[in-house]
Each structure stands twice: as structure tokens, then as C-alpha cells.
Design a protein around this ligand. Structure first.
Ligand code: A3D
Length: 304
């Protein structure tokens, strides 16, 4: 198996480490800054005997090396600085993602593409258009990360195992993300009966703002351990053909009554990419929130 990661920065290099150390696949790490990608690949290779895997990694700036990839993950682009929204990145990152996508189309036409670059839903829409791939083969990572943040905070509040919390975080990877509280449960019990409303509202807010909270603490750069963990989970679902349901940003074509937008929805992910889009029954308020989120993403796409 072969995974190519475009962008050898914080998210890309940490994802490379996760892929290698799990023994999942060989990795090509490509960055516009060639020597940096080579240096990180050397460092990760030197760790292989210690980490106990036999996978290989190459650093490069040459797209020919991504040919034959099963999965390509796009992490190239600028991250937020304190005070910036993800939308502020459109102008800089659209050109990068378009160029990267055209190279994927040329050199890895049979790959499945996972987008990580922000603003996530808009960049996913752009990558699908620029590759011309089927929508099942190009999708974005965000909802799994936002869901993980939410689960962590709920489990901490209730002092329960994280594995007992189930949730879906739909919509955009931004201010209009949609926590599906009607389907958020702890060992099968609805969260609304376990956490008072004002506390739950503050956990939702903290989840929504968690990326900005981390950006302001890091001063330089944005979160990468949890984003790379979520991108790894999706990559593994493809390569191991798990068909697990996870939230991915995907271009809708009538599902949820929407078209022409990439937005976070639950999907079954397997070796063909998005193998099924799951249409959840949402409460009236959640449905209205989801539609508002789609509207916000569409306005962002219109800027492209
Ligand atoms: P960073 O550590 O700056 O790495 C980005 C890398 O991309 C750098 O090494 C650049 O040299 C490289 N790069 C820039 N332009 C190109 C190009 N044209 N071709 C190849 N490589 C290029 O950032 P990061 O790794 O922290 O974040 C990367 C992107 O992911 C940013 O847009 C973040 O906002 C985004 N991100 C998204 C999430 C989500 O949950 C969706 C989470 C974390 C980061």
C-alpha cells in the first residue's frame, strides 16, 4: 500500500509518522520545500528500527513519485495565525490546493484523496472540481476531529470512558458546525439528560472554538496531533476497507436535499472511498442549523 502526503508540515509529517508506525503503508512525503521533506523522511526512516516497522518513506518535491498511490492526503497550505478565521485562508490556499489537485489528477489518477487544508469544505469542493474525480474519491477530514474534541470534553465532564460517548458533528468545519445533540449518547443514554443545558452549551462552544483556542496557545501554527489522528483514521478505513461510518466532508448530489456543496455528513468509508452517505434524521433545529451551515459554505465557495 502507498500513501502520499502533500505538505510535509506539522499535520503532514505527523500523519506520516502515524502511517509508518502503524505499519499501514509506505509513504511519500512531498513538499514545495524539497530538502525539508527529505530531511523529515530521513529522520522518520532512522526511527523505523526503534518503532519496529518495515515501511519505507521518501521525501521529495517531484510529483512523479506519487504515482501508484492508493491514498493521497492534501495538507499543503497555510495554517491559521492567532485572530484569523479559517475563511481568511481562502485566498492563499485555493491556488495551492488547485495546483496540488491537478498534479494528483496527472500522476495518481486512481488514488483516493483526503483533503485537510483549510477552509476545509471549500478546499474539498475545489479539489474535487480540479481533479475531476468522482465525488466518492475526494473528501475532507474535519467532522471526525470536531467529534473527537466534543467526545473528549463530554467524557471529561461526566468522568466516563471516551469510548462510551457517541456523537456526530456535521456541517462545516467552522463557526457553523452542527453538533447533533439528539443523537449524542453516553452508553446509550441521551446527553441532554446527563449534562445541564448551560453546561452542554458551553461544551459545544468550546468544541467549536477549540481550534482557535489551540492556535492562540501555540502562537505559531495550529493543531496537528488530533488532525493527523483523524486523517489517519480515514486513511486506515480506506486501506483496511473497514466501511466504518465516519463524518467526512463530501460533495452532495441531492442527499439532505442539497447539491453543489461539500459539507460534513456521516459516510461509510472503505476501499472505494465514500461507499454510502448516511442520511440522519435531524431535529427541526438541527436541520435548520445544518442548512445555515451549507449556506455559509456556499458563500465561501462563491469566493473561489
Ligand atoms: P504547516 O506546518 O505550515 O505545513 C504546511 C506545509 O505545506 C508546509 O511545509 C509548506 O511548505 C507546504 N506547502 C505550501 N505550499 C505547498 C505546495 N504548493 N505544494 C506542496 N507543499 C506546500 O501547516 P499544518 O501542517 O499545520 O496545516 C496544514 C493545513 O491543514 C493548513 O491549511 C491548516 O489550516 C489545515 N488544517 C486543517 C485541519 C482540519 O481539521 C481540517 C486541522 C489542522 C490543520
Amino acid at each position: 500500500m502507498k500513501v502520499s502526503i502533500i505538505g510535509a508540515g506539522a499535520v503532514g509529517a505527523t500523519l506520516a509518522q502515524r502511517v509508518l508506525e502503524s505499519g499501514l503503508a509506505d509513504v511519500v512525503l512531498l513538499d514545495i520545500v524539497k530538502n525539508m521533506a527529505i530531511g523529515k523522511a530521513f529522520d522518520l526512516s532512522d526511527a523505523a528500527p526503534l518503532a519496529g516497522h518495515e515501511c519505507s518513506i521518501a521525501g521529495t518535491d517531484d510529483y512523479k513519485e506519487i504515482s501508484g498511490s492508493d491514498v493521497v492526503v492534501i495538507t499543503a497550505g497555510f495554517a491559521r495565525k492567532p485572530g484569523m478565521t479559517r475563511e481568511d485562508l481562502i485566498a492563499k490556499n485555493a491556488g495551492i490546493v488547485k495546483g496540488v489537485s491537478e498534479n494528483i489528477k496527472r500522476y495518481a489518477p486512481d488514488s483516493i484523496v483526503i483533503v485537510v487544508t483549510n477552509p476545509l469544505d471549500t478546499m474539498t469542493y475545489l479539489a474535487r472540481a480540479a481533479t475531476g474525480f468522482a465525488r466518492q474519491k475526494v473528501f475532507g477530514m474535519a467532522g471526525e476531529l470536531d467529534g473527537s474534541r466534543f467526545i473528549y470534553l463530554i467524557a471529561r465532564e461526566l468522568k466516563v470512558p471516551r469510548s462510551s460517548v457517541q456523537t456526530y458533528m456535521l456541517g462545516s468545519h467552522g463557526d457553523t458546525m452542527v453538533p447533533v445533540l439528539s443523537k449524542t449518547t453516553i452508553s446509550g443514554r441521551p446527553v441532554s439528560g446527563l449534562i445541564p443545558k448551560d453546561k452542554l452549551d458551553s461544551i459545544v462552544k468550546r468544541t467549536r472554538d477549540r481550534g482557535a483556542e489551540i492556535v492562540s496557545l501555540l502562537v505559531s501554527g495550529s493543531a496537528y496531533y488530533s488532525p493527523s489522528a483523524a486523517a489517519f483514521k480515514m486513511t486506515a478505513a480506506i486501506l483496511r476497507d473497514t466501511k466504518k461510518t465516519m463524518v467526512a466532508s463530501v460533495c452532495l448530489d441531492g442527499e439532505y436535499g442539497l447539491k453543489d456543496v461539500a459539507i460534513g455528513v456521516p459516510c461509510k468509508i472503505g476501499k472505494k472511498g465514500i461507499e454510502k452517505i448516511v442520511e440522519l434524521e435531524l431535529s427541526e433545529a438541527e436541520d435548520a442549523h445544518f442548512r445555515a451551515s451549507a449556506k455559509a459554505i456556499k458563500s465561501s465557495i462563491a469566493i473561489l
